[in-house]
Design a protein around this ligand. Structure first.
Ligand code: ADP
Length: 626
């Protein structure tokens, strides 16, 4: 739909500007130096002591003078009706005939002679008597004044009108560069005027304002210099001469047709030379069929819409910009190298319109998606909350009966130690151990639910960590002894720091508990503490089962347990390290783990010495929660 809409809008002005850009920038075709301009310029009118239009007798003398230069062709682009109006008497006396004779003589020495004539609304303005016997055809410059661009710039040239070929085509055919019926490439028919046009090419820099005009444009000679024989005899030999006005004295004669208002200002004679050049070299511009233009517009707009809708915004912007540049460069190259004129305006407008259409759509879609996510998130949070509440309720209610079972079992074991069998005693011990595990599990779950409901409060105290470590080791000694595991402790003297003793105690307990759980009998565990820069470092190193790098990856995720034969038989919740990390980070510290399969693991805790003090001072007591 967008393509159809764009194709219905012509964007003539924009297209004309883009066309001009291609015409003026890039590798310009060099002018054909065999075309020379003979200019009726200021110098001529001044030196001949006359005003424009120059009377006929000068033209006759000029034509007689030109014979000896033996040019290939003479295209005479002077409006003789204008000359006639100024001095009619000269035409009927000898000068009219002398002009005709000179032209005829040129033809006999095989120099082509052609008069260019103006056009008046519907028909050619034929030359005045007796000059009408000479070969003549319409030589008009077509300014883009109505449909394309309306900026009075000349881009296309008339080839033929009402079945008769115009000046440039006629001259090119007479010169033998085109066949009798042949039209230059890129020509197109305009039925309303029964005429053919073609887009010609400007050659080199055609500006007459340049310092060295010859280098950039066609060679020029002043009319008066030829008349007075001041030109070397070989200068014009075999050249195609275009004779015309190039004078600033007479505004009507000096018709400047700016090619591009800012940089080019071409007198009509230069434009005539360019048209002729394009026909001789068949380097006119070929407009690409509208079907192909439509297809290009469709492809680029679809591509932009697709990218913006489906890819990330950054990729979309880049892809769109790259597409626009690639398109401009390709069409520029085709224009320069092959003379193909692909319309740039519609695809470029298409790229930007589709971009600006697609972006809001995309935004709305993103917004909707985000809104959906948000709702889902809210639901998930609610479910999570429900789950946590449920867990904490259940575990809380479990805690008391489990403690009672454990207590009763212990009492039973103590009071009936003598009376029951060894087997029953073992069973009682198992009951006690299992209730302990269950208790541990319940405590962890309660701890987790506290975290998740943001109900964890840190109670900072100034404490020596070594005391906590020693207390913890004390509680594990018996267990270590039964499995013949040595606990090797090396604690450097430390200053007390600000911490929550109950949480840090849980952390140390958990690390030593893990080291024991995942060690084989008769191995050893090293427990160290020291001060290192601004940190207090506690390390627990075992020579147990260790972990592979895969197993280590999710170590600190809740409910994670490495899955292997060993861990399967060792009871655990998968919560210990998650809580450890959480508690340590709440103290603005960090945990590091190193491990090697079957070699053992080392866990290190880093607690900051100073930050904990800052925390204590900065936070009011009631806000010291995480
Ligand atoms: P739990 O020990 O209750 O399973 P943790 O969160 O404390 O839960 O540990 C998570 C997992 O990390 C354990 O299941 C175990 O696989 C691995 N792990 C922890 N500490 C050690 C250790 N010292 N040696 C080997 N594996 C360990």
């Amino acid at each position: 739909c967008l393509t159809a809409l764009l194709l219905n809008m012509d964007f003539h002005y924009l297209e004309a500007k883009l066309y001009d850009l291609r015409m003026s920038k890039g590798f310009q075709t060099q002018p054909y130096l065999n075309i020379a301009l003979i200019t009726l310029d200021d110098k001529t009118t001044k030196e001949l002591n006359n005003s424009a239009p120059l009377p006929l007798h000068f033209h006759s003398q000029f034509l007689e003078a030109i014979e000896k230069f033996k040019p290939k062709a003479v295209g005479y682009l002077v409006d003789f009706n204008h000359v006639y109006q100024a001095n009619p008497q000269l035409f009927h006396r000898e000068w009219g005939n002398r002009f005709i004779q000179a032209a005829k003589r040129l033809e006999t020495q095989r120099t082509i002679f052609l008069l260019g004539t103006p056009f008046d609304v519907t028909e050619e303005v034929t030359p005045p008597l007796p000059l009408n016997v000479l070969p003549h055809s319409i030589a008009i410059i077509h300014n883009d004044g109505n449909v394309f661009a309306e900026d009075k710039i000349t881009r296309r040239a008339l080839l033929s009108l009402y079945g008769r070929s115009a000046f440039h085509l006629e001259l090119t055919r007479k010169l033998g560069f085109l066949g009798k019926e042949e039209l230059p490439k890129g020509s197109f028919h305009v039925p309303t005027v029964d005429g053919n046009y073609f887009f010609f090419r400007y050659h080199g820099s055609t500006s007459p304002l340049k310092d060295k005009p010859r280098q950039y444009s066609y060679p020029r000679y002043s009319f008066v210099d030829i008349l007075k024989n001041r030109i070397p005899i070989n200068a014009l030999k075999n050249r195609i001469l275009l004779v015309g006005t190039l004078s600033s004295d007479n505004a009507s004669d000096f018709a400047f047709t700016p090619y591009s208002k800012s940089s080019f200002a071409n007198p009509k004679l230069v434009i005539h030379a360019n048209i002729l050049d394009s026909m001789i070299h068949k380097d006119g511009i070929i407009p690409v069929p509208s079907l192909i233009n439509g297809l290009i517009t469709f492809i680029v707009t679809s591509a932009v819409l697709l990218w913006i809708m489906t890819s990330t915004p950054l990729y979309g912007v880049f892809a769109t910009l790259i597409l626009a540049f690639a398109f401009i460069i390709t069409s520029h190259a085709l224009f320069q190298l092959r003379g193909l004129w692909i319309r740039e305006s519609q695809p470029l407008v298409g790229i930007f319109v589709s971009y600006y259409l697609a972006v809001p759509y995309r935004l709305i879609r993103e917004y909707k998606k985000r809104w959906d996510y948000q709702r889902k998130n809210e639901l998930l949070t609610q479910v999570e909350e429900l789950k946590t509440n449920f867990l904490s309720l259940v575990t809380h209610d479990l805690k008391t009966p489990v403690a009672r079972i454990q207590g009763l079992a212990e009492v039973l074991l103590r009071s009936s130690a003598e009376t029951i069998t060894a087997r029953d005693r073992e069973s009682l011990k198992h009951i006690i151990q299992s209730t302990e595990e269950l208790n541990h599990f319940i405590t962890s779950i309660l701890e987790l639910s506290k975290l998740e409901s943001n109900d964890l409060h840190l109670r900072f105290e100034s404490k020596d960590i070594n005391q906590l470590i020693e207390r913890s080791i004390e509680s594990f000694k018996a267990q270590a002894r039964t499995r013949s595991i040595k606990l090797l402790v090396h604690l450097e003297p430390l200053f007390p720091i600000q911490l929550d003793p109950s949480l840090i105690f849980k952390v140390i307990n958990n690390l030593i508990d893990n080291a024991l759980k995942y060690s084989l009998s008769e191995s050893e565990i090293h427990i160290h503490s020291k001060e290192e820069n601004d940190w207090i470092v506690i390390s627990v190193k075992d020579k147990g089962i260790g972990m592979t790098s895969d197993e280590r990856q999710n170590l600190f995720t809740r409910f994670y347990r490495a899955k292997n034969d060993m861990t399967a038989s060792i009871p655990g919740t998968g919560l210990g390290l998650y809580l450890t990390k959480y508690f340590i980070e709440a103290h603005q510290g960090r945990v590091e783990a190193e491990s090697e399969k079957n070699r053992g693991s080392t866990f290190r805790i880093f607690l900051p010495i100073r930050t904990s003090l800052v925390m204590q001072q900065d936070l009011p007591k009631e806000n010291r929660n995480v």
